[in-house]
Design a protein around this ligand. Structure first.
Ligand code: SAM
Length: 284
């Protein structure tokens, strides 16, 4: 089968199958072989790996994954793409295509069936409209994972990677950095896709920690605290946290905890490191 990373080959397949792009599914197909190679090398795919691909589209990256990995499972929501995938991937015997919504499939079951429950790698050019729910779902459900290497909107990649005191820092940065080490591995301009997205893109690798960098008794409490702090970004932590119904804390309790941490009652969440959020969650 022809390499779909070459633009004319993708155009031929789309025309042959009379495929119509569905905007609601965030369909922007990659047409750049060097970006595809970069993704595969950043994910460090070997024959030992079982890879979950989210949204294979017409199978462009799936071809590269099938060449490098032992096993590939690709979950695609658009049923119009399934006959195309069966055609473009017909040469590979290590690829399973599942026609479903990634937010609804039981990934634990896939890992159990295809990799005997051992950690898998996730590789994807993600549909941008559901980037955050996909990433958080993978982490929070504790699917056995080695790494997630994904194409996302540039701005979202920046948010995952930055530390305190920057405008992009927020709940997503902290959640990602609790579970994984983030590294942006490539910036990708719109002309590498068909159709072209309206935003710049980046490839980011999230390498799962064996153990989170901070220890807390209750992860849900830590994340509730983080969410509440950034929901009301402009408020001080004392006001923001006391206003959050799910936390059940008073201004006085927050102020006392901050004092124990040697901090003034006027601090804002956007200056807080993951370690400080963990300490605050223990004190409250
Ligand atoms: N991997 C292909 C590539 O790189 O050319 C396509 C990437 S395109 C940005 C995103 C793909 O995700 C599309 O094929 C789209 O139909 C699929 N998709 C969108 N929402 C999905 C969902 N909830 N579950 C599974 N696939 C989804």
């Amino acid at each position: 089968m022809a390499n779909l990373g070459i633009p004319q080959n993708t155009i031929d397949v789309l025309q042959k199958h009379n495929f119509h792009f569905q905007k609601k599914y965030g369909q922007n197909f990659l047409i750049d072989t060097s970006v595809l190679e970069r993704i595969i090398s950043a994910a460090e795919i070997t024959e030992e790996d079982c890879v979950l691909e989210i949204g294979p589209g017409i199978g462009t990256m799936t071809q590269y994954l099938a060449e490098a990995a032992g096993e590939v499972v690709a979950v695609e929501i658009d049923k119009a793409l399934i006959p195309i995938l069966e055609h473009t991937l017909s040469e590979y015997h290590n690829v399973t295509i599942i026609n479903d919504d990634i937010l609804k499939v039981d990934i634990h079951q896939i890992v159990e069936e295809k990799n005997a429950g051992k950690p898998i790698k996730v590789v994807a050019n993600l549909p941008y409209y559901i980037t955050t729910p996909i990433i958080m779902g993978l982490f929070e459900s504790h699917v056995p994972l080695k790494s997630i290497t994904i194409m996302v909107q540039k701005e979202v990649a920046d948010r995952m990677q930055v530390g305190p005191g920057t405008k992009d820092y927020g709940a997503l940065s902290l959640a990602v950095q609790y579970y994984a080490k983030p590294e942006i591995v490539a910036n990708v301009p719109p002309n590498c896709f068909i159709p072209r997205p309206n935003v710049g893109s980046a490839v980011i690798r999230l390498t799962r920690y064996d153990k989170p960098p901070v220890e807390v008794a209750d992860e849900r409490k830590l994340f509730a605290l983080i969410r509440a702090s950034f929901n009301q970004r402009r408020k001080t932590l004392v006001n923001g946290l006391a206003n959050a119904a799910e936390l059940h804390v008073t201004k006085e309790q927050v102020a006392a905890a901050l004092e124990q941490m040697g901090l003034p009652a006027t601090v804002r969440g956007e200056t807080f490191t993951l370690e400080q959020f963990a300490e605050l969650s223990k004190l409250l």
